[in-house]
Design a protein around this ligand. Structure first.
Ligand code: NDP
Length: 306
C-alpha cells in the first residue's frame, strides 16, 4: 500500500512530489501521457521567480524532477486508466496492467490545450504554431500572427501578442465572439487587432516555419490564404479528468472542484494545478497548489495514524 500517489509530472505534481518526499512519505509519481506537463511545450519561462535570465520550460521541469528524486520520490512511466475510491484507501489501475492501492492521491493531471485536429498543426508545432501566447509571444516582435478562437482566451492572447507583433488577426468560426464584453471592447479598441469572421483554418502552410494559413469560409466554403508568421490556438483547454467522471466533483467543463485545502469530495483525494484551476493557469500557481496538496496529504495521514 502506497502512502501517496501523485498523478502527473507537470510542475504541480513535481512540487507535490518534492514536498511529500521531504516529509518521508516516499511518493510514487505516475507520469501520465504528457510527461512534464505543459511547461515542456514552452520555450523560455520568464516569469518564474528566481530566474532573472529566464529558464527553459523543459529544464525547469527536469530540475524539479531531480529535486524530488533527491528526497526519495519514485517515478513511473505509466497512465492511470481507472480509479476506484474506497473509505480507507483507493485503487488505481494502470495502462501497464498493474493495480496499486494508496492511502492518498494527488490528482495533478493538468489540462491539455485543445487542438484543431488538422495534420499541419502538428507539423508546425514549435515552428510557428503555439498554444501559449504568454510563453511564445515575445518571439513575434514586429511579425504578423493569427489567433484562433472567440472566447476570453483569444481576446487575452491577442492583447498580449499585440505588445510584440505588428498585426494580430483573430480567426473565428462564427460572426460574433463569446468572450466577455469588457474583453471584446479592449480587443476592438486595439489598433493592431482585427478579426476574420466565419472562418476556420483548413491548413497551415510554410517551409521550415509557418508562412500562412488557408482559411475556409464556414458559410460559402470559399478558401482564401492569409499570410502570417505565427498561429496561436486559443480554442480552450480540456482537463484530464476522464477517469474521475462520476466519482470526483467537477464543473460543467470537467475541471475538478476543490476546497481551499485542495480537497476533493473524496477523503484522501486532493487535486492541484491546472486540473482544478480555470483562473490562473500559471507555473507558479500550479507549483503553489502542488505544495498545498502535499502538506494536506501529510496532515491527513498524520491525523489518520493518531
Ligand atoms: P472557451 O471555451 O470560452 O472558448 C473557446 C473558443 O474557441 C470559442 O470561441 C469556440 O468557438 C472556439 N473553438 C472551440 N473549438 C474550436 C475548433 N475546433 N475550431 C475553431 N474554434 C474553436 O475557452 P477559453 O479558453 O477562451 O476560456 C475558458 C474559460 O476561461 C472561460 O470561462 C473564460 O471566460 C475563462 N477565461 C477568463 C479570462 C479572464 O477573465 N481574464 C481569460 C481567459 C479565459 P465557439 O464560440 O464557436 O464555440
Amino acid at each position: 500500500m502506497e502512502n501517496v500517489i501523485i498523478l502527473g509530472t507537470g510542475i504541480s505534481g513535481l512540487t507535490a512530489a518534492i514536498y511529500t518526499a521531504r516529509a518521508n512519505l516516499s511518493p510514487l509519481v505516475i507520469s501520465g501521457s504528457e510527461d512534464g506537463g505543459q511547461l515542456t511545450l514552452t520555450t523560455e519561462v520568464e516569469n518564474f521567480p528566481g530566474f532573472p535570465e529566464g529558464i527553459m520550460g523543459p529544464k525547469l521541469v527536469q530540475e524539479c524532477k531531480k529535486q524530488a528524486e533527491r528526497f526519495g520520490a519514485r517515478f513511473k512511466i505509466d497512465l492511470a486508466t481507472k480509479f476506484t475510491a474506497g473509505s480507507k484507501s483507493h485503487i488505481l489501475e494502470l495502462e501497464s496492467g498493474e493495480t496499486i492501492q494508496t492511502k492518498t492521491l494527488i490528482v495533478s493531471t493538468g489540462a491539455s490545450a485543445r487542438w484543431l485536429g488538422i495534420p499541419s498543426e502538428q507539423k508546425y508545432k514549435g515552428r510557428g504554431v503555439s498554444t501559449c501566447a504568454t510563453c511564445d509571444g515575445a518571439l513575434y516582435k514586429n511579425k504578423e500572427v493569427i489567433v484562433i478562437g472567440g472566447g476570453d482566451s483569444a481576446m487575452e492572447e491577442s492583447q498580449f501578442l499585440s505588445k510584440f507583433a505588428r498585426k494580430v488577426t483573430v480567426v473565428h468560426r462564427k460572426d460574433s465572439f463569446r468572450a466577455s464584453k469588457i474583453m471584446q471592447d479592449r480587443f476592438f479598441k486595439n489598433e493592431k487587432c482585427s478579426v476574420v469572421w466565419n472562418s476556420e483554418v483548413a491548413e497551415i502552410v510554410g517551409d521550415k516555419f509557418v508562412k500562412g494559413v488557408k482559411l475556409k469560409n464556414t458559410i460559402t466554403g470559399k478558401i482564401t490564404e492569409l499570410k502570417c508568421d505565427g498561429v496561436f490556438l486559443a480554442i480552450g483547454h480540456v482537463p484530464n479528468t476522464a477517469i474521475f467522471k462520476g466519482i470526483l466533483n467537477m464543473n460543467e467543463n470537467g475541471y475538478l472542484l476543490t476546497d481551499r485545502f485542495m480537497k476533493t469530495n473524496i477523503a484522501g483525494v486532493f487535486a492541484a494545478g491546472d486540473v482544478q484551476d480555470i483562473r490562473y493557469r500559471q507555473a507558479i500557481t500550479a507549483a503553489g497548489t502542488g505544495c498545498q496538496a502535499a502538506m494536506e496529504v501529510e496532515k491527513y495521514l498524520a491525523e489518520k495514524e493518531n
